[in-house]
Design a protein around this ligand. Structure first.
Ligand SMILES: C[S@@+](CC[C@H](N)C(=O)[O-])C[C@H]1O[C@@H](n2cnc3c(N)ncnc32)[C@H](O)[C@@H]1O
Length: 404
């Protein structure tokens, strides 16, 4: 990481930062392109990352200027906190210390759960599915103790019951460090471990069933993965990267709707990276939101049954993902930018909910006398399925609108 800088720089460079989660639409792979756009119109002041998602922009520039990171999903603030609020303080626990504390909790509860499956043995698909069913029965069990949310909600879905026990245990241990500057590091490392041991396809919309030999052997790979190993590795990597001093800039972190966030932001530059397509982030990443809030949410029900994806009942529906609302959403976005007197850099692609031309004409109508430029680059989008079509070629665009 760069040494502490006291002075705000007008030319921003991409810094290196640890990656934390797999995220649809993350700009980490094209951060150079985003920075090129930002440097075209940035004239100093704070930068608002209005739809911060995996907080990649915070990681890339947080040492050089004040960043206001915002996203409607709460997990995004935790990720941004990891990049821009966390620092090393004396007494920071090692990964081994955290894991040892979690191990005590897991040992205590594993017995009472009555599940002891070794995924290292040879399995037939039938036997494997029998074990899956036994674990899914836990979803109907009532618990009297605290810190059982993942075991109760997700055993035998994206994770095995034992992986869920570890997620709950590490989450419980994390809470002891709630007021410490490295608290978000523990949660982010756990999000990383959850992502790399999940049997889903890079998100949490649907878990897979072992219906064929090939899906069975693929799911088995993830059932064998150790939450602890992934957690420990990422935690060590982040701790190594963290500064030993309190961050220089007074960065801001909010979990607001973009319109409310823009009401509070003045001057500077807004980087807007709204959703491009019809899938709601609140559906794809509900398990991360639940990990962070740990609020035992009511699950969405359809025809009297909890839906397979086990989504939170109360979840955000973004107007950028809804055909009848997307134009209005862009109008609101541009009006908010105009009223906040900020420059704008906005990402969108030629496969978005509305065409680049339509977005351009809304921008031209609202920004009237302001200069609007569009930068384009070729990019491969992850399709987030483990099928043949894993990447799709698209044109990534940056709309650049200078300050008045
Ligand atoms: C394309 S992603 C952003 C990716 C991010 N730039 C990155 O590099 O990870 C879009 C984000 O917009 C957020 N979002 C959707 N609707 C929103 C709204 N109404 N207000 C604020 N954030 C919203 C989603 O939660 C999602 O994280």
């Amino acid at each position: 990481m760069l040494a502490s800088k006291q002075i705000e720089s007008l030319f921003l460079e991409e810094e290196s930062y640890p990656s934390l989660i797999k995220y649809m639409g993350s700009k980490s792979k094209i951060m150079g392109f985003v920075m090129e756009g930002i440097n075209e119109v940035y004239r100093g002041g704070a930068i608002c990352d209005l739809f911060s998602g995996s907080a990649s922009l915070s990681g890339a520039i947080g040492q050089q200027c004040l960043v206001h990171s915002n996203d409607i999903q709460n997990y995004s603030s935790v990720l941004a906190n990891t990049y821009n609020l966390a620092y090393l303080e004396s007494g920071v626990p090692t990964s081994t210390e955290l894991i040892e504390q979690a191990q005590i909790i897991v040992k205590k509860h594993k017995k009472s759960l009555g599940i002891n499956i070794s995924y290292d043995q040879k399995f037939s698909i039938e036997k494997f599915n029998e074990y899956e069913e036994i674990q899914r029965n836990i979803l109907n069990k009532q618990f009297k103790r605290d810190w059982h949310l993942f075991v109760k909600n997700y055993s035998g879905t994206w994770w095995s019951a034992e992986q869920c026990l570890w997620i709950d245990a590490i989450r419980e241990v994390a809470e002891q460090y709630k007021n410490k500057p490295y608290y978000p590091v523990i949660l982010s490392s756990l999000m990383f471990a959850m992502a790399y041991s999940s049997q889903g396809t890079g998100h949490y919309a649907q878990f897979r069933d072992a219906k064929t030999e090939s899906s069975f052997s693929d799911i088995l790979i993830y059932r064998k993965r150790s939450i602890v190993a992934y957690f420990g590795r990422k935690y060590n990597e982040i701790v190594e990267w963290l500064p030993t001093y309190k961050p220089t800039f007074k960065h801001k972190f909010t979990a607001l709707d973009f319109k409310s966030c823009l009401d509070k932001f003045q001057g500077g530059l807004v980087y807007a990276d709204p959703p491009y397509c019809f899938v709601h982030y609140s559906r794809f990443y509900h398990a991360l939101e639940t990990l962070v809030l740990y609020d035992y949410p009511t699950l969405q029900v359809q025809k009297g049954k909890v839906v397979k994806g086990r989504y939170r009942e109360e979840r955000h529906q973004s107007p950028f993902c809804i055909k009848t609302k997307v134009k209005g959403a862009f109008e609101d976005l541009f009006l908010g930018i105009k009223n906040s007197n900020s420059a704008l850099v906005m990402s969108y692609s030629n496969t978005g909910m509305i065409s680049i031309n339509e977005v351009e004409s809304i921008a031209a109508r609202i920004f009237k006398n302001r200069k609007i430029d569009i930068l384009k680059t070729d990019h491969k989008h992850m399709t987030l399925g483990r099928q043949k079509d894993r990447h799709r070629n698209v044109k990534e665009c940056l709309f650049l609108v200078s300050q008045e």
